[in-house]
Design a protein around this ligand. Structure first.
Ligand SMILES: [Zn+2]
Length: 129
């Protein structure tokens, strides 16, 4: 199945975002709030469609939005979709599409690199080295 066709199917099958269900303590989501969530979900889907598939492995499954360089992360990705057009474009310029697997791998690599850098810094700062 082609990527565009896949995302189209996925959008139809899963019209509500995953975080929608996490909001369920608010059982009586009013229509306006529901509308806002669906509208953010559509923006997210459109962006993933335009920027996918996974930049690392080419997968079309479980696509997520990831900060290109985690060091530059300023806001949570989930907070991007409600921003103004200009702000969203600015933030998304620093993001890329990854599948869930590659995203997890990337975060693991990022933590390993950060830990290594911290160790290196400690060594350099330690007296007698
Ligand atoms: Zn991938």
């Amino acid at each position: 199945m082609g990527f565009r066709r896949y995302v189209g199917t996925w959008g139809r099958l899963n019209p509500t975002p995953p975080w929608y269900h996490r909001l369920m303590p608010y059982k009586n989501l009013d229509t306006k709030r529901q509308y806002q969530l669906e509208w953010m979900w559509r923006r997210r889907s459109a962006w993933i469609l335009a920027n996918g598939p996974c930049r690392w492995c080419g997968s079309v499954s479980n696509l997520q939005v990831s900060w290109r360089n985690p060091a530059n992360k300023t806001v949570k990705v989930s907070g991007i979709w409600s921003r103004s057009d200009a702000k969203r474009a600015e933030l998304l310029a620093n993001c890329e599409v990854l599948c869930e697997k590659c995203h997890k791998r990337k975060i693991a690599i990022w933590h390993a690199v950060k830990a290594a850098l911290n160790r290196k810094q400690d060594d350099e700062e330690a007296p007698g080295h």
